[in-house]
Design a protein around this ligand. Structure first.
Ligand SMILES: [Zn+2]
Length: 279
């Protein structure tokens, strides 16, 4: 049984069809990983604690384009007419294609962020865009290799993935852009504080902090650094240039951005070539 009884009972009592998704189905999860539950209906996303387990409820629609991106799904609660199960049968043959499409879209996002890097004159924003571009590249490369990226596990996933030489070189360049070799406990501690501030209005801010601290406890320093940069990247993506200028210090600390412009420009060229080749 993949789901503890307390979690299954809780989910069975929800008003909408619901299913287990995410890393708990992958065999890669850590003790700190929540049980990701996709709830097919309207409602507020939330983190709840049930019988010593953490559940994250994410509400999604039940059309094919909502269901396919979820990847593997284990139905816990269906509607009386079994709407969820029949939708799963419908999307099953399309999952591979949907993942590949997501992969290409991520590589395009990587190129888009690299263009943003070139367009901005603000040094912190420039370093931020490159790092975002690198995360998109890693996700895209994983997806194109048939692996669904999972934020907390992406670094482990790329280490395990069997990638073609070009893709593997690209990932190497992306990890340099991310600055994985700079990961230290003290830097991570600073990032955690900055990210908690960035995410102060988010329902999952405590969960992010809890997971990062758990990885630190297990001395998974590089994984923790990668994960936090990824979370910060997602949180910052839509905030706009006025925010990046006004809160430059917060952006810099949350993503641990380098100020070595020459080095960043060199790395961008490698990442650009890799993203182009991947498309
Ligand atoms: Zn996980």
């Amino acid at each position: 049984m993949l789901i503890p009884a307390a979690v299954a009972d809780y989910v069975a009592g929800l008003t909408h069809p619901a299913a287990l998704v995410g890393c708990r189905l992958s065999g890669m999860s850590h003790d700190c990983c929540e049980h990701d539950i996709a709830v097919f209906g309207q409602g507020e996303n939330a983190v709840v604690h049930v019988g010593g387990h953490i559940i994250e409820l994410v509400h999604v629609g039940m059309a094919a384009q909502d269901v396919a991106p979820l990847g593997r799904i284990e139905v816990i609660r269906d509607s009386p007419a079994l709407a969820l199960s029949s939708m799963l049968q419908e999307v099953a043959p399309k999952l591979k294609k949907a993942l590949a499409a997501f992969g290409r879209k991520s590589l395009v996002s990587s190129l888009f962020c690299q263009q943003k890097m070139k367009d901005t004159r603000h040094q912190v924003a420039s370093a931020m865009w490159l790092k975002m571009a690198a995360y998109h590249f890693v996700q895209g490369t994983l997806a194109l290799a048939g692996t669904r990226p999972m934020p907390l596990h992406e670094l482990a996933q790329v280490r395990q993935a069997e990638l073609a030489t070009d893709a593997a070189d690209g990932v190497q360049a992306a990890l340099e852009c991310i600055g994985i070799e700079r990961a230290t406990r003290s830097e991570i501690a600073r990032s955690i504080e900055a990210i908690t501030e960035l995410k102060s209005g988010d329902y999952d801010k405590e969960l992010t902090r809890y997971k990062a601290e758990h990885l630190l406890e297990k001395s998974m320093i590089a994984d923790c650094y990668y994960y936090l940069g990824r979370v910060a990247s997602e949180s910052l993506a839509g905030r706009g240039s006025a925010f990046y200028s006004k809160y430059g210090k917060l952006v810099q600390i949350s993503m641990d951005l380098s100020s070595d412009i020459q080095q960043l420009e060199k790395l961008q060229k490698s990442l650009f070539r890799a993203a182009k080749k991947g498309l």
